[in-house]
Design a protein around this ligand. Sequence first.
Ligand SMILES: NC(=O)c1ccc[n+]([C@@H]2O[C@H](COP(=O)([O-])OP(=O)(O)OC[C@H]3O[C@@H](n4cnc5c(N)ncnc54)[C@H](OP(=O)(O)O)[C@@H]3O)[C@@H](O)[C@H]2O)c1
Ligand SMILES: [Zn+2]
Ligand SMILES: [Zn+2]
Length: 368
Amino acid sequence: MSSQAGEKWKGYAVRDIKNWDKFEVIEFHPKQQEDYDIDIKIEFCGVCGSDVHTITGGWGEPLLPLIPGHEIVGHVVRVGPKVTSFKVGDRAGVGAQVCSCFKCAPCKSDSEQYCLNGVSTYNAKYPNGDVAQGGYSTAIRAHERFVFPLPKELPLEEIAPMLCAGLTVYSPLVRNGTGPGKRVGVVGIGGLGHYALQFARALGAEQVVAFSHSSNKKDDALELGATDFVITGGDDFAEPWKGKLDLIICTADVSHGIPLTDLITTLGVHGHFIMVAIPDESLPSLHSAQLLSNGALIGGSHIGSKKEAIAMLELAAKKKVKSYIELLPMKDAGNAVRRVKDNSVRYRHVLKYVPLSSSSPPTDAWCA
Ligand SMILES: NC(=O)c1ccc[n+]([C@@H]2O[C@H](COP(=O)([O-])OP(=O)(O)OC[C@H]3O[C@@H](n4cnc5c(N)ncnc54)[C@H](OP(=O)(O)O)[C@@H]3O)[C@@H](O)[C@H]2O)c1
Ligand SMILES: [Zn+2]
Ligand SMILES: [Zn+2]
């Protein structure tokens, strides 16, 4: 049997990539209930750049109708019989992954985000064919391994965007050695970038350089912990930074707009350029000679593990990492995704679940 017979939840879905900003309330079947599953009633969901790539078809034709959203927080309303780490009523969150194989080397070594059989939070299918739908909705069901406990010091709405945007930069910062004495560059100060600046400082980096394509975000970047602000326009922006950085995390959501070769010159010997952004188009081409002068290494990074999510949230609470958010009711999802596409959000939209209308509580209730 596929989804639990009779179980129907609701969410805001896109039906057609040409109408990617037109959301419609649909009913959907959650995945089949299994022993380790946890159901969370959603209170807030962040709006990630990846939601926009998916609903616009930038990464290919999605599974439609599609409910996006993978920065999900709320309270646990049901736990499967084998769940041990959560109980009904707990605060809990889900990021961009809801399942994996649990058996492969990445799964067994706290790198489950690299499982070749992982299931993304939306635009994905479970092995039995159940469709995974995201957090612009009433509830989410996920395996315990992909449900994060949330620190009580941080407000739910501020935690939501950390579960994808925060984690996606925290993981490569840590895996590439950010700490005291290190010099880190962050390219693109958006949802991901505004956390990258803060987490780089929170991890103890000595210098954190914000690279942005205009001067608009200078004051914010400095407030977020950047020690320096560099506008990436112009031919010689990289000149004063040659050889100065150990690591660059690139979150800029454009392909040809990324001055890749110039940025690489800012790395010291064997410095790392880590791409976390996934623009629709390929990266600019690069001649291998451009990697030789400093022996630079180019890599990528995909979200983060549960272990890293827990460590990130602990650090965020301890070092008072702030989420700069703009709250909107979930019904305004269309407006939120348009503003992400326009690059005008400072720095993350978070959708708040509110009942669809006060006159329809019975049909709006996600589970009676
Ligand atoms: N690897 C992963 O696992 C993972 C996880 C989540 C998201 N992502 C990807 O990461 C990227 C960023 O996501 P996000 O949510 O942070 O998006 P976002 O809030 O829209 O931020 C992207 C930033 O890119 C820069 N940018 C946008 N348009 C530009 C242009 N025309 N020229 C130069 N720079 C431009 C802007 O920074 P400035 O204004 O400062 O230049 C903007 O703030 C997306 O591609 C998303 O799909 C990847
Ligand atoms: Zn995301
Ligand atoms: Zn696996």
